[in-house]
Design a binder for this molecule. Structure first.
Ligand code: GDG
Length: 494
């Protein structure tokens, strides 16, 4: 990889805050993407385009310039009005694409004004990019909020190589077909040179949708990469399971501070095993299913009572969407009901914290817990499962993992794999994890840690970028349906 990168994500990976003594401060946020890309940006240079968030009266450009010098990266903020953010981000991205792509049709709304905000925001991103991009840069667009950006870049005459990675699942054709703007979305994905998905499941769904809805496309499926031939050009699609910085998690978890935190956490639960859940507040994460399975385990296996506690960290998320607030209330009620039912002699089975905890504390929870429960109804990858293993430096953790998480295929040898909607089987898995022998835990956790160590986030970046080799043909733009002017005739392309 020698071309500089231009990364595009909905949010810039930065945090801006006012410090009373020194004025405004800016620092990089701690997400996996920025961690993975930092060494590459440092070595080859590059740029990052995204929405800086609502920064009040902060001198955003000056702050971005300052941080950019430190990271060898030029940051470009995309200005979006509050109305556009509402329609594009909270609306179409999170109330249409998010539920639809997670196969949860019942949660999906299909509202044309929000689609048009999405179209408009993606077009604005593309315009900022057209002005920011340098000739030799590889443009790498991230996630479901920005699917149309590649299409608009081509329309604006940008001929750079374009790559795209979808962090969430891609749905099967019968679900995808419900989207009134399915042709525009699918054709926009075909404006990129490389389209990356988390796992084979998503790649397969995508190629099936292309076969079904894009008449002129010829798809040939190879082992890791599928090739899609369109008149005059070729698109490649592959699966690239994202990961974490294993070494960093492993060494931070071994630190004295984390060890002490873990000890304090466990001290509050004497003679008990801790089961841990860490999820954003989101209906896709299966938090309610987890609570119900845990309740069933306590009901079915009296030997667990008083001997196990479930600590559930729920990180507030998308609070401006009414459905998320309703969802929180549902969880509150469930916790109250289950605790009311089993509470005896000071033991309450469920400890539910609705807040974000500092990273060191999170690592303390990972290290302290004998069991981790990941019960997503569907998940692109689920990094919590990988982080738990990387932080389980004592090899004593057992992972119960949903078969619908993208991480399941990589982790199935070491984890107890469950269908979270099968309450009985999930309860049995919790019981099995509780009684798992020390030797079995160690063997399983060692396998899991080996897997995450080998396939870390740096390998993910390398494998992805290796697929966008320099020197291959730069394609000319074949017009795709222009989303803003869609009318009934767009269905003709299907
Ligand atoms: C999307 C896809 C895909 C959580 N609580 C705290 C905290 N976290 C951090 C975890 C982890 C991250 O948040 C959550 O990542 P996930 O992968 O589990 O889920 P999404 O946020 O839905 O991410 C997902 C991912 O993109 C990457 O492609 O795996 O499928 O949905 O890193 O550690 N961090 C801190 N305090 C908390 O309380 N500091």
């Amino acid at each position: 990889m020698s071309n500089p990168l231009l990364i595009v994500s909905n949010r810039l990976p930065i945090q801006i805050a006012k410090d009373h003594e020194d004025g405004w401060q800016i620092r990089p946020s701690s997400g996996g993407l920025v961690t993975a890309l930092r060494p590459i940006l440092k070595q080859y240079g590059g740029s990052w385009v995204g929405w800086p968030g609502d920064c009040g009266d902060a001198p955003v450009d000056e702050l971005l310039g300052r941080l950019g010098k430190d990271l060898n990266c030029r940051f470009h903020g995309v200005g979006l009005s509050p109305e556009l953010v509402e329609g594009f981000y909270y609306g179409f991205s999170n109330e249409t694409l998010w539920p639809l792509f997670h196969d949860l049709l019942g949660h999906a709304k299909f509202e044309r004004p929000k689609w048009l905000s999405y179209v408009e925001s993606n077009r604005i991103f593309a315009e900022v990019l057209r002005n920011a991009v340098r000739e030799d840069e590889l443009v790498w667009v991230h996630d479901y909020q920005l699917i149309l950006v590649g299409h608009y870049l081509r329309e604006l005459g940008v001929h750079n190589k374009l790559a795209y990675f979808l962090h969430i699942p891609f749905p099967p054709p019968d679900i995808f077909a419900r989207l009134p703007w399915r042709a525009e979305v699918l054709r926009a994905l075909l404006a990129y040179d490389l389209v990356g998905f988390q796992v084979q499941r998503d790649l397969r769904n995508f190629t099936q949708c292309v076969r079904q809805f894009i008449r002129e496309a010829r798809v040939s499926v190879q082992r890791q990469i599928s090739v899609i031939d369109l008149p005059g050009r070729r698109v490649r699609a592959g699966s690239f399971p994202i990961s974490i910085d294993f070494k960093e998690f492993d060494s931070a978890a071994r630190s004295q501070a984390v060890q002490d935190t873990a000890w304090y956490i466990h001290e509050n639960f004497p003679e008990q095993q801790l089961a841990l859940g860490v999820d954003r507040l989101d209906y896709t994460k299966g938090i309610a299913a987890k609570f119900l399975a845990f309740e069933r385990a306590l009901e079915k296996y009296p030997d667990l009572r008083g001997k196990i506690s479930l600590i559930q960290l729920v990180v507030p998320s998308r609070q401006d969407i009414p459905e998320y607030a309703a969802w929180k209330q549902k969880l509150d009620e469930l916790v109250g009901r289950i605790n009311g039912r089993f509470d005896y002699r000071g033991w309450a089975p469920l400890h539910y914290m609705y807040r974000s905890v500092p990273r060191m504390e999170l690592l303390g929870y990972y290290r302290a817990s004998e069991i981790c429960l990941v019960t997503s109804l569907k998940d692109g990858m689920n990094l919590v499962a990988k982080e738990y293993c990387a932080a389980s430096v004592d090899d004593h953790g057992a992972l119960v993992l949903s078969e619908f998480a993208g991480s399941a295929p990589q982790m199935r040898e070491g984890a107890l794999i469950v269908n979270p909607l099968d309450r009985e089987a999930t309860a049995d898995a919790i019981h099995r994890a509780f009684h798992m022998s020390r030797e079995e835990r160690r063997d399983r956790m060692r396998r899991l840690r080996r897997e995450v160590r080998r396939n870390d986030v740096f390998r993910w970046v390398r494998t992805f970028l290796d697929q966008v080799r320099p020197g291959e043909e730069v394609h000319t733009h074949t017009p795709v349906v222009t989303p803003a002017v869609r009318d009934e005739s767009t269905a003709a392309g299907e």
